[in-house]
Design a protein around this ligand. Structure first.
Ligand SMILES: Cc1cc2nc3c(=O)[nH]c(=O)nc-3n(C[C@H](O)[C@H](O)[C@H](O)COP(=O)(O)OP(=O)(O)OC[C@H]3O[C@@H](n4cnc5c(N)ncnc54)[C@H](O)[C@@H]3O)c2cc1C
Length: 385
């Protein structure tokens, strides 16, 4: 490994790895089966400081940085996708976004309580007809006196039903499209907000995903995030961070799958010897390992650049696209190596396989990232402007 971690980063990485093994692993299969949201574990990780790496101490963070955030996320994701989610809900999509674009009062009021997971966060971009095309959002917020009146709906929102506070995007001036989008810090208990579950999912079942309906919700004007009309810039800035978390999560699940496949290949015997001794199994494993290591290096570079304050939308897309595609290929390889047992619930591979598939969809699909990378190369649209 070419990246040198400081003693502090190594210590929190170690702490996260132990937490994943001791606290998450024994409960994860049951929680996924029962669709049980593990609120206590989300809170514990907040109290241990896992969410606070890329935020300064004055707001309850540790200031350890983005690379540290990536390595902690990776350790948790090796064991559970559902418990990887709060690294965006509590950190990148909420606390870090308020830190980047909010005013002092908003930072003091919300960031420390979100980082400790006393408050649960959510990020509301997606709507029934607005997925990859963020500009197609229909939710609106019109100014009326000291309030904005919010109407519309969101779908596929992680933590919708359990969140206390969300960063929600709405048009304050739909006539000017992207320049009319704004961001709001919304408290989910406010009158006029209703939530319900989204459709059943393939995986991540211990992580609630839901719809949010806004019916004439009065949002105090002081809860506008940053400036009116700059929501598109903020959502892209926030995605630049949440995509690092997704890449790190994908590296984590790939590693979890490799660990399972290696153990199995050593133990399972066919034709009189361990299947790990067959060249074709070795070839599969070697590809899984090298691709994961390449994904890890792209992800760590992405975190390292962010720690240096370098604008790296292009490199973030590379890390997100590659790590997330690799996770699906590694999942496929692990399933082949475990054969029938990989397809069964007796081993965690089938669950990790389902965890892995989500990474190709979230935080910009693979196609969206390929577009960003190719458009940059072709000079049509430079990513790091
Ligand atoms: C479990 C889960 C949790 C989620 N959590 C959140 C959340 O917390 N907050 C939130 O806001 N959203 C959330 N989402 C939504 C997620 O961000 C969207 O699913 C994602 O943006 C993709 O949108 P879509 O699913 O509507 O796909 P679509 O945009 O409809 O895309 C479908 C397919 O078409 C392709 N495609 C679309 N446009 C193009 C194009 N121009 N060129 C080439 N190909 C294209 C895509 O790559 C994809 O393969 C979540 C989704 C899931 C499944």
């Amino acid at each position: 490994m070419s990246f040198e971690f400081s003693d502090e980063v190594r210590a929190i990485q170690d702490m996260a790895a132990k937490f994943a093994q001791k606290e998450i692993l024994p409960t994860v299969a049951q929680a996924e089966k029962n669709h049980e949201f593990q609120r206590d574990l989300v809170r514990k990780m907040g109290e241990l400081g896992f969410y606070g790496c890329p935020l300064p101490e004055e707001y309850g963070g540790s200031g350890l940085g983005f690379l540290a955030h990536a390595v902690v996320t990776e350790e948790i994701s090796k064991v559970s996708g559902s418990l990887r989610a709060p690294f965006n809900m509590q950190t990148m999509g909420t606390a870090r976004e308020i830190y980047q674009y909010g005013n002092e009062a908003q930072k003091k009021k919300y960031i420390p309580r979100i980082l400790s997971a006393e408050l649960l966060g959510c990020i509301g971009i997606t709507e029934p007809n607005a997925g990859s095309d963020v500009g197609a959002i229909k939710t609106k917020a019109f100014k009326k006196g000291d309030f904005y009146i919010l109407t519309g709906s969101k779908n596929w929102i992680t933590y919708a039903q359990v969140a206390d506070v969300g960063i929600l995007y709405a048009y304050t001036n739909p006539a000017v499209r992207y320049k009319g989008l704004s961001a709001f810090i919304v408290e989910m208990k406010w009158a006029g907000i209703k939530t319900g579950p989204s459709a059943e999912k393939l995986g991540w079942n211990a992580c609630p995903t839901g719809e949010i309906f806004f019916e004439d919700v009065q949002v105090p004007a002081e809860n506008l995030l940053g400036e009116e009309g700059r929501g598109f810039e903020y959502v892209m800035g926030s995605l630049d961070n949440t995509r690092l978390t997704a890449a790190a999560g994908a590296v984590g699940v790939s590693q979890g799958l490799i660990d399972e496949a290696v153990n199995y290949a050593k133990a399972r015997e066919q034709f009189g010897k361990p299947i790990g001794q067959y060249q074709m199994v070795q070839e599969e494993l070697a590809r899984m390992i090298v691709e994961t290591e390449a994904a890890r290096l792209l992800t760590y570079r992405c975190g390292w650049q962010k720690d240096k304050g370098v604008r790296n939308t292009l490199e973030t897309s590379m890390a997100k696209y590659y790590a997330c595609d690799v996770a699906s290929r590694v999942a496929d390889g692990a399933l082949r190596i475990l054969g029938a047992y990989g397809y069964s619930t007796e081993y965690p591979v089938e669950r990790l396989f389902r965890d892995a598939k989500l990474y190709q969809i979230l935080e910009g699909s693979a196609n969206i990232h390929k577009m960003i990378i190719a458009n940059d190369a072709l000079g049509y649209r430079k990513a790091n402007r």
